[in-house]
Design a protein around this ligand. Structure first.
Ligand SMILES: CC(=O)N[C@H]1[C@@H](O[C@@H]2[C@H](O)[C@H](O)[C@@H](O)[C@H](O)[C@H]2O)O[C@H](CO)[C@@H](O)[C@@H]1O
Ligand SMILES: [Zn+2]
Length: 325
C-alpha cells in the first residue's frame, strides 16, 4: 500500500485533503500571526484542521494607529477579537476559539504591572480550571499536534507563561481516562512543539535590517533579545518553510492593526521597534517521536496513524468515485 507523504498527496495523484489536525494555544490576538501565521496558512491550504485557542482578548494592549486611539480601554478586547477574525480569514483558518469563551480570562498586562493582580486576569487563573476548558477542545478536536510557547512564554509576558502552563497541563489531563469523563473520550496528542527562533536566523535578520533601517517607517530597531523564543540553533528540531505563505502571514499581521505595523519583510509592535517578519517558522519538539534525525520540515512527520487515516481517505475517495487508481 502506498505510504502517503504527510501532505496527503499520493505521488502523481490528485491532491487529497490532508487529514492532520493542528491545535495552537496563544495568549492574545496577534500572537498566532506573529509566531505561526505561515504555518497555519500552509496546513490550512493542505486541508488540515487548524484550531486556534486564544486565552485572552488583549484588552490591555496599546493602540498604534492614532485613528484607532479611541479603542483603548473598554472596547479594545472586542475590537481585537474582530481583528483576529480578519486574520483568520487571511490565513484560511476556520476554527478560532476563546479559552472558556470570549472574555473569560482578561489580559494580565506586562510582567510586574498592577494589572497582574486583577483577579479576573489570566495570570491569576487557576491552571487546572483553565486547563479543563482546553481539555474539552482537545477531546473534541483530537489534535495530532499541539503548538504553544516555551515555559518563559517566549519573552516573559504573564499571559504567555500562563498559556504555556495551561496548554501543557491540558495535554496531560486530556489523556487521563479518569479525568472529567463528561468532557469526552481521552485523547493523547502525538506531538507537542514550542515556538522557537534559531539564534543564527535572528542574528542574520537583524544584520539585514541594520542595512535598510533608514528606509523604513520605524524610528529604531529591536534587538535579538526582543524576539520571543530565541535559542541556540541545535535546540530547534523543526522548521516550516512558509515562503509561499508569507504574504498571507503579513496580511494576517496587518489585520491586527491596533498592535502591529507591517513594512514587509519587517514589522513593529506598539513600541515601534523594527524586527524581521520571518517566512520560515521554527519549533522545538518537546513531546512525541521526532520524524527522523535531521531537522523536521513537517510538524506531522512520523505520525504513522495519520498516514493510515490519509491512506484510508484516499482509498475511500478512489472507491467512492468508482474508479481504481
Ligand atoms: C506580542 C504581544 O504579546 N503583545 C502583548 C503585549 O503588548 C506589548 C505591550 O503593550 C508593551 O507595553 C509594548 O511596549 C509592546 O510593544 C507590546 O507588544 O502586552 C499587551 C498587554 O498585556 C498585550 O495586550 C499584547 O497583546
Ligand atoms: Zn501576546
Amino acid at each position: 500500500m502506498t505510504e502517503l507523504p504527510s501532505s496527503g498527496r499520493r505521488p502523481g495523484g490528485p491532491p487529497s485533503p490532508f487529514a492532520g489536525r493542528l491545535l495552537l494555544v496563544h495568549a492574545h490576538p496577534d500572537d498566532e500571526a506573529i509566531n505561526n501565521g505561515a504555518t497555519m496558512a500552509r496546513y490550512a491550504a493542505m486541508g488540515a484542521q487548524v484550531t486556534l485557542v486564544t486565552c485572552t482578548r488583549g484588552e490591555l494592549g496599546e493602540v498604534i494607529p492614532p485613528t484607532l486611539a479611541h479603542l483603548s480601554g473598554e472596547h479594545l478586547g472586542e475590537h481585537r477579537l474582530a481583528e483576529l477574525a480578519e486574520a483568520m480569514r487571511e490565513l484560511g483558518v476556520r476554527d478560532a476559539r476563546s479559552l472558556g469563551g470570549a472574555g473569560r480570562y482578561e489580559d494580565s498586562g506586562m510582567m510586574g504591572l498592577p494589572d497582574n493582580d486583577d483577579p479576573r486576569c489570566f495570570w491569576r487563573a487557576d491552571v487546572d480550571e483553565a486547563a479543563a476548558h482546553l481539555v474539552g477542545v482537545i477531546r473534541e478536536v483530537r489534535p495530532h499536534v499541539l503548538v504553544t510557547y516555551d515555559p518563559d512564554g517566549g519573552y516573559g509576558h504573564p499571559d504567555h507563561i500562563q498559556a504555556h502552563r495551561v496548554a501543557m497541563r491540558a495535554a496531560d489531563l486530556a489523556a487521563e481516562p479518569d479525568f472529567r469523563t463528561d468532557l469526552g473520550e481521552p485523547w493523547t496528542i502525538a506531538k507537542i512543539y514550542w515556538n522557537r527562533v534559531p539564534r543564527s536566523v535572528a542574528d542574520e535578520g537583524f544584520a539585514r535590517l541594520k542595512d535598510v533601517l533608514g528606509e523604513l517607517p520605524f524610528p529604531a530597531s529591536a534587538t535579538v533579545d526582543d524576539v520571543p523564543g530565541v535559542v541556540d540553533d541545535p535546540v530547534v528540531t523543526t522548521e516550516i518553510d512558509g515562503t509561499a505563505q508569507v504574504a498571507a502571514k503579513a496580511a494576517a499581521m496587518r489585520a491586527h492593526a491596533t498592535q502591529i505595523e507591517v513594512a514587509e519583510p519587517w514589522f513593529a509592535l506598539s513600541n515601534r521597534l523594527a524586527q524581521p517578519l520571518f517566512p520560515v517558522e521554527y519549533y522545538e519538539l518537546v513531546r512525541g517521536e521526532r520524524g527522523g534525525t535531521a531537522r523536521e520540515s513537517d510538524l506531522f512527520a512520523g505520525i504513522t496513524e495519520l498516514f493510515a487515516e490519509s491512506t484510508f481517505a484516499q482509498i475511500t475517495e478512489a472507491t467512492t468515485e468508482g474508479g481504481t487508481r
